[in-house]
Design a protein around this ligand. Sequence first.
Ligand code: ZN
Ligand code: ZN
Ligand code: ZN
Ligand code: ZN
Length: 751
Amino acid sequence: MERLARIFSQQNELITLNGGYKDEFETFKSLASMPADTLQIFQKLALDLLQDLEQPVDRKGCAERSRNLREEGNLVFKESASGSSKDSVLKACRLYTAAVFEAEDAAEELSLAFANRGIALQEYGYYREAYDDCANALECGYPERLRHKVIMRQAYCAWKLKKIASLEEHLEHLGQLQLKENFKQQLEDLKQKLELLKNQPKEQETQAKVVDKSLGEILTDPGPRGRYMVAKEAISKGNVIFSERASCFVPLEQQLICQQCAASLMSAPIPCPNCHQRVVFCSRKCRDAQSAIHKFECAAYRKDILRLLGISHLALRLLLTYIPYIMPHLQEMTSAMGMWKEIMNLSRKPEASENAPEYLRSLRMVSQLDQANNEEVNYHILCVNLLQLYLKEHTDFYDQFHSLPASIEDWQLIISALILRFSGQLLANGHVGDGLLGVGMEPKEFVMLQPELWQKPRHLKRGQLHNLSHSDPITAVNLPYLSLCNHACEPSIRTKFDGCSVVNYAAKDILDGEEIFNCYTNDYRTSLKLHRAHPLKDIYKFECTCAKCTRTDPDQNYLSFHRYRCEKPNCRQEFLPDAKVQQNNLRWWLRSNAEKPITCTVCQELQHFAWYNEFLELVGSSADSSRRQALFKAFDDLDKWLVDHHSLKRIMAEELVTACFYEIDGGTSLNDYEYEDLARIIRKQLEGTAAQCGDNSTEYIARMTYLWDIIAQKKCRTDKKELLEMKGKVDYLASEHREVFLNYYNDFIEQ
Ligand SMILES: [Zn+2]
Ligand SMILES: [Zn+2]
Ligand SMILES: [Zn+2]
Ligand SMILES: [Zn+2]
């Protein structure tokens, strides 16, 4: 990172844009027309950096570590064969996965690790993944004399998966090999199974038809509003307004999620063996689907430059994804200027209909680069320049242009300009997708491979749902259709991220013809107008004039979560901190705000909040039963100082609940009263979360998992109404999580 910053600052000294920023094309044209010697220095800085970032692999060391992990896995797996412990099978899968990850570039070890993981996965019941691992092992050069074993396993998994064609193919292959007696027997056995399978009535493909109807409609306003979305009919709260599937996203913070489908619950991640395990796929199908993109990104992952480039990485992905669609428009052209004119034509065509292909809708997104300051523009230029040079020098990306009339220099100009255009667009239009992740997971650990959590594939053990409650941003996504919604601080939609798709639900009742708004920042319940105004101005370059911002008391909803009752015994009045404190930041409990006192606006008395530290102390000693009783009592006492759903109550509930579950997970047993107390506090926390964030928000569902766990353990009373309501929340989960939650509900909650 430091190195990159240093190079960028040296390059920055050399950039001069003649006449300031005009557009993406002129920018790179002017860069290319720098005096030759300056240009050479400028580009050499980037080229040297790219060269130096190459990280060598210690192939021998990798192979050895992989072998050790695999052998450890073998021991654990043998253990499972003697007992009936599913836990050790999963533990073996985890060790084999580590062996797969380590076996970078060591094909032989890799093939053995895949083969062994395949056995363990099959044993656990992950047949699709086991099937893939057999194919992986064969592909990496599994030893010839043992290949029949792997093919036999593949055939078995194909039978389990009812894939008749694959099963036939594997059996035919096996039939041609010289097999020992016991394998001949297995083969006969599978042949019979194939016949039975063929005679079974075909299962109807009951795939629910995806309704691809949008209840929103795009209108165009020649004025500043531009394109916007209105309801085509009245839409009631909770209904789906529209869905959109993204073809371009990148994982954030190097999250190891599938690079093709954004799955985060992977039981057999397949890493690319050439880029230091920074890229994984959930299946061979996803790996193959992404290969056309990854072949141009692999070296960049190996050099680890992509995470340093922020939004430009997503811009690169847009380029790689859309270039096959853009190229046909440009292939007759002989000059860069002509090509750019054509691209501008494509992006200016007015109708942004829902049916226009995604690359056109993306080309038409607004960019705010022309309103950015010099420093910002230069930073993006440097990122793009680095990526363009990378494509040129470290991939064969430019080979596709060789046979076309325009020169490679022209294409370089166009490619740079396109990446810069996408970067500028994504600054204002990029979305961040969130998801539920495993709690306290180390990098390169996978939640599906934690033996203490699972009883069988996609079925958690009783009391373990809360371990899936860590909600975090995981993807940066391009969603050109959703981007057409304008901003309001009270959004009309609640966006659910489901892998790389999004589903947008009505967050409230919407009238026929009413405009549909998204909220680009924190909303009116979770932030002050003043604090939202900053990002809206900085990033999106506008001042909000939405209904919430223009009413007489724009902050009333947010402030209703910050009302106090005075500590002074003879005052005890309800008050809101005064305006200056409000602007400063009302969250005095954060360390960064510790110096910002709150005084009662009725009697002017300074509030000491002694109860806050006492509460935290109790949280710290919640291993002790009597301290826990005091803690529950202290939570109830918060009502003395914090009015209604004060947002601090939610935060303190979270501290309390997390601490108690930490004890429970560690083996402490709570008595029945304590569980009832805990459930009561979670319910209260959920009420507060519903009031401030909405009752189908990710925050709400994440906190709800704790209540499910207590109910699953039959440790608190509940009723039909509550259960039904809770079950309804799973609609707002990504499908992979929905399945796990529903399994949990059916296994332990539904009577
Ligand atoms: Zn996938
Ligand atoms: Zn790779
Ligand atoms: Zn607003
Ligand atoms: Zn007072």
